[in-house]
Design a protein around this ligand. Structure first.
Ligand code: CA
Length: 675
């Protein structure tokens, strides 16, 4: 097949109404044998299962069928071995007549110099530990009511408020009130729960409904390799070590041996979140594989799906031992197919790309294009880690980092500028940021404008945050960086004040606000900076903190309510209008600005002041440039936040030490809130 850079590409599990995608020019020598059909993997029907597999250098291939997902299970046996035939489309095919659902399979491949056995990279189901694929009747995995389950789409990605959670962290603690068998599992999301299962303090999904977040970003829940699924124990890992990309992780299911159970329970989790009005953003890690040499990609087509240095060594920009090659046509296709599959089959509402800067920008644009075609423009949220990274990708390739964001419309990136400016660099435990009064005011201002003065094109491309799963939890970082700075007795209030100020910055900045689960209840990981394989105990959410930090939860809740009500606080038109922002000269390091808005036909002004100092600051409101008769209503101060009026202010605004002050002009306030 000749390539001309313009292919009709079909994708797994879709019909033929597909967009025309420019898959790009061949890069790898095997790209000229690329196959763009929509039938890769095992396609099941009651009458037959058809296997289609791409491996152009194989001399012969057979499908090996098993009764179980591993040899250690009761009834383990080989059922059949089917030879595959190479077609003139450069794929291997075998037809398996009859109804063979729930049989497990591998491919055995003869190459010139070796024989490999591998799981199908397109497997949609797998046995325990993902060591065999499974023929699945996907229809039969759907939980009750799945047909009525709908995606959560927002008008703009900036309407999202994202809470990042790990499946096990969410409910591992008994304080979650989740029934013991479901703790740490997908099914925990389906329970209605209270603290320790007693009283009325909501936890888990019920808690999230009250908090008001619109989306959860879930740490990898595709099948990863680092946790032994055969032991239902306390083993823990974040899961950034992908094994089977199109299969849910088994250790989060109640039975990882039956390939159907994890699929059904994963769908139940997503449906329960959707039922609560909360969307699901899936953390996807296409940039590297758990193993390099032994990965199913490398066993299927040796040295094709990864990048290699000129000396033949594995490219390792990811720091995980290997980088995949999104510029190679069949890996590019795999990424598009996989993302589309999760969005269609599992109703996933958005994707967060781990180390997105290792992928090429063209692939990300094709993913955007494909999802837009299926679900409408920008409805599925896409963003990733846009760090600039070294990797063995051909010279001249535009990589999907912050520098290329403007050429990737509809794809966002994390804002490390504001992350570090708020509370100090992640690369120095004791480094201070704005909330500790360690300066960085200019970087905060840049974040307030969603980096549209630096790398981002639109507010919807900028994910603002103070903490995520990586690096110290916000609480731990604040304690470390403030060591000795304040007496112990003062520390509790002081930490809460800094956390509130941090939340006020993130939730009033243009862009997509994001925070690590539990930031709003001073979650600690006990100073563990990189807890990816620490104990579940270190990582779990301690829901008892909902009691200790009820005031802080109310503050986050209030800011969320305010942000949802005022589109000017988030950049609703997607392009943050820099002209509308007037920063006021205040004593450094304070920041204050005024911006106008038009909400439901009401024109008005919002004034925001951020004071990181240990003393109160007064700001002359005439400096806003508005009439000095303008009266203001405070909706957020050091103590409370929300849409309720806290006090009337005119002429002089007092911004208490370590706090934010948010004002709305009285005339607009009365119209907006009908008071
Ligand atoms: Ca696994």
């Amino acid at each position: 097949m000749l390539l001309n850079g313009d292919f009709m590409i079909n994708t797994i599990n879709t019909d033929s109404k597909v967009p025309k995608l420019d898959m790009g020019a061949p890069v790898h020598k095997l790209d000229k044998f690329a196959y763009f059909g929509n039938d890769l993997g095992a396609v099941y029907s009651k009458e037959k299962t058809t296997f289609t597999f791409w491996s152009p250098e194989a001399l012969s291939v057979k499908v090996k069928l098993f009764a179980t997902g591993s040899d250690s299970e009761e009834g383990a046996k080989v059922i059949a071995e089917l030879p595959m035939t190479q077609t003139d489309e450069n794929v291997w095919r075998a037809e398996y007549k009859g109804d063979h659902k729930n049989e497990y399979y591998t491919y055995v491949i003869n190459f010139k110099d070796k024989t490999t056995e591998t799981v199908d990279i397109y497997a949609k189901a797998a046995g325990v530990n993902g060591n065999r694929g499974m023929i699945v009747d996907l229809e039969s995995t759907n939980p009750t009511g799945w047909d009525e389950d709908k995606h959560i789409f927002l008008k703009s990605a900036t309407d999202a408020i994202v809470w990042e959670i790990h499946v096990k962290d969410f409910s591992h603690s008994a304080s979650s009130g989740v029934t013991e068998a479901n703790r740490g599992k997908y099914l925990a999301f389906t329970e209605s729960t209270t603290l320790f299962g007693e009283g009325i303090v909501p936890t888990c999904v019920d808690y999230l409904k009250n908090l008001g977040v619109t989306h959860v970003q879930i740490t990898p829940f595709y099948d990863y390799g680092s946790v032994d699924e055969s032991k239902n124990d306390d083993s823990y890992n974040w899961g950034y070590d992908p094994k089977n990309y199109n299969v849910p992780e088994g250790s989060y299911s109640t039975n990882p041996f039956d390939g159907n159970v994890r699929i059904t329970e994963c769908k139940q989790m997503i449906k329960a979140l959707h039922d609560a009005g909360i969307g699901v953003i899936m953390d996807v890690v296409y940039n590297h594989t758990y193993e390099g040499e032994g990965s199913f990609f490398n066993l299927s087509v040796p040295k094709y799906y990864h990048r290699f240095n000129a000396d033949g060594s594995w490219s390792n920009g990811s720091g995980c031992g290997n980088d995949t090659a999104s510029e190679h046509l069949m890996y590019r296709k795999f990424m598009i197919d996989s993302v589309l599959y999760w969005a269609k089959e599992y109703h996933v509402d958005g994707f967060r790309f781990d180390l997105m800067g290792l992928h090429d920008a063209h692939t990300m644009n094709l993913i955007r294009q494909t999802l837009d075609y299926e679900f409408g423009k920008d409805n599925i949220i896409l963003y990733g880690e846009g760090w600039h990274m070294g990797t063995a990708c051909p010279c001249g390739t535009v990589m999907a980092n912050q520098g290329a964001i403007r050429s990737m419309p509809g794809v966002g990136a994390f804002n490390d500028n504001i992350r570090d400016a708020i509370k100090g660099s992640v690369f120095g435990a004791y480094d201070k940021g704005f909330v500790q009064c360690g300066a960085s005011a200019e970087k905060i201002k840049s974040g307030i404008l969603a980096e549209t003065t630096s790398w981002a094109g639109k507010a919807a491309q900028c994910v603002n945050y103070a903490s995520c799963h990586d690096n110290y939890a916000l609480y731990d970082k604040l304690i470390l960086s403030e060591r000795g700075g304040k007496g112990y007795a003062e520390r509790f209030d002081y930490l809460v004040a800094m956390t509130k100020l941090s939340a006020a910055i993130v939730l009033t900045s243009q862009g997509i606000p994001f925070f690590l689960a539990g930031e709003e209840i001073c979650r600690t990981k006990f100073g563990d900076e990189n807890s990816f394989r620490s104990s579940a105990k270190v990582n779990e959410i301690d829901w008892e903190n909902t009691g200790h930090y009820a005031d802080l939860i109310l503050y986050y809740q209030g800011l969320i309510r305010l942000r949802k009500r005022l589109s000017a606080l988030r950049g609703a038109n997607e392009v943050s209008d820099k002209a509308n922002f007037k920063f006021i000269d205040t004593a450094m390091p304070c920041i204050s600005y005024v911006t106008n808005f038009n909400e439901d036909g009401v024109n008005g002004y919002i004034f925001v002041a951020l004071n990181p100092c240990d003393y109160d600051v007064r700001i002359n409101l005439a400096d806003t440039g508005l009439s000095k008769d303008t009266k203001w209503i405070a909706v957020a101060n050091k103590h409370s936040a929300g849409t309720a009026p806290l006090m009337a202010i005119s002429e002089l605004a007092l911004v208490e030490s370590k706090s934010a002050l948010i004002l709305i002009d009285e005339k607009a306030y009365k119209q907006l809130f009908k008071r």
